[in-house]
Design a protein around this ligand. Structure first.
Ligand code: SER
Length: 893
């Protein structure tokens, strides 16, 4: 039964019984003392306490909830989820215990054909508060439950409150018995995995305060009326009714896991660590989707921080699974599709939701890229040095330089079995705050590293000759090392050079600085970087390749002409792409930032949604048509006012001088305020090819591309790739898409067939093995060695199938072992009820066999699994199984 149907049946049932259907409140809790809505009753607290008169005597809802205190446990156990839905019915002074029990019992046990959930009444157990005889009597009366399936518990389990002062009351919980394969008998008192709580009926009757713990609070008195608050865990009911193992596998979550598994190539169910990550992804992507849907945005505190953690944890889990590309654009739409039946607003609001989520991933990816390397290095060093704690200054550096939240460092360290010196981290944080204050003071008084530059700037600004020439005779005005003026520098040194005038373009306006050389008598300098640390002063960072230089020396500054051609092409190319974007998308697609260097360009612009492939091609075409029109490029100086008058585009948030430089390409087709270097005619750009488009924050997109010869090389590489593929598949290039999609279809069909064949082969094998069972003192015994590379799952299916073929007439045991995919031996044993009655347990047999295999194992009486290190001992281990069976049954007789 789909989750949407479970929801519909719940609301229908209570509506038919006089309840008003109340829509879910926001995840942002209406109660200011709670960060999130943590239970279905939260929106009704004022009615439950009697603070406000309830608008209806009875209500029902399916409430979105978030609980994140167990976020670290998600996926590790299969019981924790951060987002869940609580189906509830509420009575405000109307019906009480009897009504609540009647409604619940009716819905869960009524047949599915008749609109209920169809749980078998014989499998239902309940718990009640220890002295609640009234509830016990009602369960007997209404549900005819036998005494032994009504269990009594104390405050911790069977008294419910929110953890804050407010309403509270004894409760009665309903459990479903999932069967002996999930654990021992004896009801929820014995095992809460086998007996799964699905519904909590709270008899809200007291006002409590001074809440210190679940069982430590003070009762103020009775509430003005006796109320009912119930909460059914929709995810739990879903997985029971969908016949899957846990909440991550239900229809609202599993598609995300499935897609994550396709993307990463990691099969769900194959390996525990990967399963944990896949479950983290399934859970967190959905929770983040729902939180953003309710208006939360990522930030560093409160709800925003929880959202940030959820998003970042899912991105990181994908990377750990081996998927390095942006993951959310793949996964979020899948989650939306799985949830939209119940929450249609996710679809209509998806542009906004996804923009926020993708921008967060983008930021985080950048952080991760650099930070992870630093982290790994530090972790390895720590381990090699035999230490178990990562130094506080590493955690601090990760935080300070790479924006790693301390939580992430803690998590990553824990994954490597390391602790983190948190105290050291906090001390460094405090010191840094102090330093920042001191710096601010220093700036005000004009001290700091800038003084050397300032002295040189006082002599005059550095004129830029690079618009007219690439080579300029000039003189070294000053040399600076580590913020201090020095008279000379010699071979091998890296130093900063200030010239009287320079043809070198300093990085600005998105254009990378020029490369080239500075030479003098017997000396050669390689220019590494050119910046303008203070207005008007150009500083060249150079390496002295040869000789020695001194202040005052005459030099020749030469920009690498190849570099400059590329730089001009890239910068003009950026203007062309900007114009093309505005031509195709409209004038609101305004540039907000850019970066270009020879062969490459990147441009950020305001735009709310992703450009589809067609739009991207259109932009690319418009740009290349602009290049082909061979538009003249001009640069004119004019007053800022005039430039604005003629509509020259300026960068938002930038401050400009009174006199500005306006670069035009084809007149008004492209007119921008710009200090960069450009080609003379647009055709000199050669070619622009766009390679990527992505989000860079809310409402902002980024296009990237190659320019000139690099553009050609990129296309040539793609062409080679296409012809290689075409050759490989023996088709014409244009037939590739069809051919590949056919192949993919065939592979899928083949995989399906293979699975079917494997299943039926396994079935046939099981039948054969069952037929060849040996009689060991009255026990049917099957021992079998499976092919190398078989997994524990394969073994388990086989032994369960074999055991099933014996029924329960006679004792039967099936054992199968194999060298697993990693070469290590695995064994799985199943024993039927009759065998267990004779004292032969699967757990006991596995324990004995695993010892032979040089390992351990054990487990439940009915099915158990173990393993070891020595695969050559498999036959001996199976022999041991037989031996132990024989010994056990003969000892008994
Ligand atoms: N408030 C109770 C719970 O959250 C029942 O709705 O379990």
């Amino acid at each position: 039964m789909e989750t949407a149907e479970i929801r519909r049946r719940f609301l229908d049932h209570f509506e038919r019984n006089g309840h008003t259907v109340v829509p879910s409140a926001s995840l942002i809790s209406p109660d200011p003392s709670l960060l999130f809505t943590v239970a279905g009753m939260v929106p009704f607290i004022p009615y439950l306490t009697g603070q406000q008169a309830a608008p209806w005597p009875r209500a029902t809802s399916v409430q979105k909830c978030i609980r994140t205190q167990d976020i670290d446990e998600v996926g590790k156990t299969t019981r924790h989820g951060t987002f869940f839905q609580m189906n509830g019915n509420f009575s405000f002074g109307d019906y009480f215990k009897e009504g609540a029990i009647e409604f619940a019992w009716d819905l869960i046990t009524r047949s599915q054909d008749d609109g209920g959930y169809g749980f078998d009444p014989a499998k239902i157990w309940v718990t009640i508060y220890h002295d609640d005889d009234e509830a016990a009597a009602l369960w007997k009366k209404v549900a005819d439950l036998p005494e032994e399936r009504i269990q009594r518990r104390g405050l911790i389990d069977n008294y419910w409150h929110t953890g804050q002062a407010g309403p509270g009351g004894p409760c009665s919980e309903i459990y479903v018995d999932r069967g002996p394969e999930y654990g021992p008998d004896g009801g929820p008192l014995v095992d809460e995995d086998r007996f799964l709580e699905i519904w909590n009926l709270v008899f809200m009757q007291e006002e409590i305060t001074d809440v210190r713990a679940k069982d430590d609070f003070r009762v103020v008195g009775d509430l003005p009326s006796k109320n009912i608050d119930t909460g059914m865990g929709m995810e739990r009911v879903s997985y029971l009714l969908q016949g899957v193992e846990n909440m991550y596998e239900i229809d609202q979550v599993y598609p995300v896991i499935e897609h994550a598994s396709e993307l990463s190539g990691k099969r769900y169910g194959a390996e525990h660590d990967d399963d944990v990550r896949l479950r983290v992804v399934g859970d967190h992507v959905r929770s983040a989707l729902m939180l953003i849907g309710d208006g939360v945005t990522p930030s560093n505190e409160g709800r925003g921080y929880v959202l940030r953690r959820l998003l970042r944890r899912s991105v990181r889990a994908m990377r750990l699974l081996g998927f390095d590309d942006p993951a959310l654009p793949e996964l979020l739409p899948v989650s939306r599709d799985a949830m939209k039946a119940a929450y249609p607003e996710l679809e209509s609001d998806f542009a906004r939701i996804s923009t926020i989520a993708y921008a967060e991933e983008d930021t985080f990816r950048k952080t991760l890229q650099t930070g992870t390397q630093i982290f790994d290095l530090a972790a390895t060093e720590t381990k090699q040095a035999g230490r178990a704690t990562l130094a506080g200054d590493t955690a601090f550096k990760l935080h300070d330089t790479y924006g790693f939240p301390i939580d992430l460092t803690l998590e990553m360290a824990a994954e490597q079995g390391l602790a983190v010196d948190e105290e050291g981290f906090r001390r460094l944080m405090a010191e840094q705050r102090e330093r920042a204050k001191a710096d601010a003071r220093a700036k005000k008084t004009g001290h700091g590293d800038m003084s050397a530059y300032r002295q040189l700037r006082d002599i005059g600004a550095t004129p830029f000759t690079g618009y007219q020439e690439l080579s300029t005779d000039t003189r070294i005005r000053g040399l600076v090392r580590d913020g201090v003026g020095v008279p000379a520098a010699s071979e091998g040194e890296i130093v900063e050079v200030i010239l009287d005038r320079t043809p070198f373009y300093a990085e600005s306006g998105g254009q990378e600085s020029d490369a080239g050389t500075i030479t003098a008598d017997g000396a050669e300098l390689e220019v590494l970087d050119v910046q303008r640390p203070i207005k008007g002063l150009v500083v060249h960072r150079v390496r002295v390749v040869r000789g020695e230089i001194t202040t005052g020396q005459e030099v020749l500054a030469v920009v690498d002409p190849e570099w400059r051609v590329g730089a001009c092409q890239a910068h003009s190319g950026t203007h062309v792409v900007h114009a093309a974007l505005r031509e195709v998308l409209g004038p609101q697609a305004l540039q907000s930032g850019s970066y270009n260097k020879p062969g490459y360009l990147r441009l950020d612009f305001s735009w709310g949604q992703a450009l589809g492939p067609e739009t991207r091609s259109e932009v690319e075409e418009a740009a290349n048509l602009g290049i082909r029109r061979d538009l003249p490029v001009s640069a004119t100086y004019m007053p800022l006012e005039k430039a604005q008058e003629i509509g020259a585009l300026a960068l938002f948030g930038e401050t400009y001088d009174e006199e500005v430089r306006v670069v035009e390409m084809g007149g008004e087709w492209s007119r921008e305020l710009c200090g960069g270097t450009h080609v003379a005619h647009s055709s000199q750009i050669g070619l622009v090819t766009l390679t990527g488009e992505s989000s860079v924050g809310a409402g902002s997109r980024r296009v990237e591309g190659f320019v000139g010869i690099e553009g050609f090389r990129y296309l040539a590489k793609e062409r080679t790739l296409v012809s290689q593929l075409a050759d490989m598949l023996n088709v014409q290039p244009e037939q590739l898409p069809e051919r590949v999609s056919r192949l993919v279809g065939q592979v899928r069909d083949a995989e399906k067939k293979l699975t079917q064949m494997q299943k039926s082969a396994l079935g046939a094998k099981a039948a054969e093995l069952a037929a060849s069972a040996r009689d060991v003192y009255g026990v049917w015994l099957v021992t079998h060695e499976m092919d190398e590379g078989s997994t524990a799952d394969d073994l388990r299916s086989l032994v369960l199938d074999v055991r099933g073929r014996f029924g329960n007439e006679r004792p039967a045991v099936a054992a199968s072992a194999a060298a697993g995919p990693n070469g290590r031996p695995v064994i799985v044993v199943a024993a039927n009820e009759e065998a267990r009655r004779r004292g032969v347990t699967a757990g006991g047999l596995v324990k004995a066999a695993a010892q032979v295999l040089g390992g351990g194992g054990g487990g439940k009486d009915d099915v158990a699994q173990g393993g070891g290190t020595d695969a050559s001992k498999i036959a001996e281990a199976l022999g041991e199984v037989e031996h132990v069976v024989a010994e056990t049954v003969t000892r008994g007789s």
